[in-house]
Ligand binder design. Structure first.
Ligand code: TMP
Length: 214
């Protein structure tokens, strides 16, 4: 692969999408060809899966079905968009990737899915491929959920399937992201996201500069 793959992860309302846009603009000023995308829903087919996954009754899928749907979206995303773009030399920034499945479907659901099953799904879908850098935006779920509900109201979106879960679910998945970062310190950096947009952006830029030599 000629390009790089950066993933931005975090709980609800951590400001990922804003930071993805700001980081892309910064990298473009450095002459880097950038593609921004997201999971679920980075491709036209993925948008259909996203609709299924983020709207409606929170209990409509069992945990394995939900993982398979996220991984189906991921496989399509990688093969149709991420890998071809990287081959062309683009740097791809994705708003969420596989760490979200581990955080939400494994930690969030209190380890209802067997970890090995999840690892196997990853291998089938992505093989040895891993992000070059993962930035985890950490925020107290109480603050994040407030932001998320406010945004949903403002934009009149109904993608609240996960927001409708109890606080405990969000606390668990926050811990999940922190555990992943501890396990893979070379790939992951955790930043406190409870601060203004510009300050957080500068911190992200510093991380990208030091980790990827921009
Ligand atoms: P978004 O609102 O950040 O775009 O993400 C959509 C929702 O999907 C969000 O509530 C988190 C959830 N999600 C998972 O539960 N597992 C996953 O693997 C991914 C990518 C997202």
């Amino acid at each position: 692969m000629n390009g790089k793959f950066i993933t931005i992860e975090g709980g609800e309302g951590s400001g990922k999408s804003t930071q993805v846009k700001l980081l892309a603009s910064y990298l473009q000023t450095k002459g880097i060809d950038v593609l921004t995308t997201k999971e679920p829903g980075g491709t036209p087919e993925g948008k259909v899966l996203r609709e299924l996954l983020v709207t409606g009754d929170k209990d409509k899928f069992d945990a394995i079905t939900e993982c398979l749907l996220y991984y189906a979206d991921r496989r399509n995303h990688l093969t149709k968009l991420v890998w071809p773009s990287m081959q062309e030399g683009k740097w791809v920034i994705s708003d969420r990737f596989a760490d979200s499945t581990e955080a939400y479907q494994y930690y969030g659901y209190n380890k209802r899915v067997d970890y090995e099953t999840l690892e196997n799904m990853y291998k089938i879908v992505a093989g040895d491929f891993k992000p070059d850098l993962t930035i985890i935006l950490d925020i107290d779920p109480k603050v994040g959920m407030q932001r998320s509900f406010a945004k949903a109201q403002e934009m009149k979106v109904k993608e609240l399937r996960f927001e409708s879960r109890q606080l405990e679910f969000h606390q668990n998945l926050r811990q999940g992201f922190l555990d992943i970062a501890k396990r893979e310190p070379k790939r992951c950096v955790v930043l406190n996201a409870d601060k203004d947009i510009e300050t957080l952006h500068r911190e992200i830029v510093e991380v990208v500069q030091s980790r990827l030599g921009v």
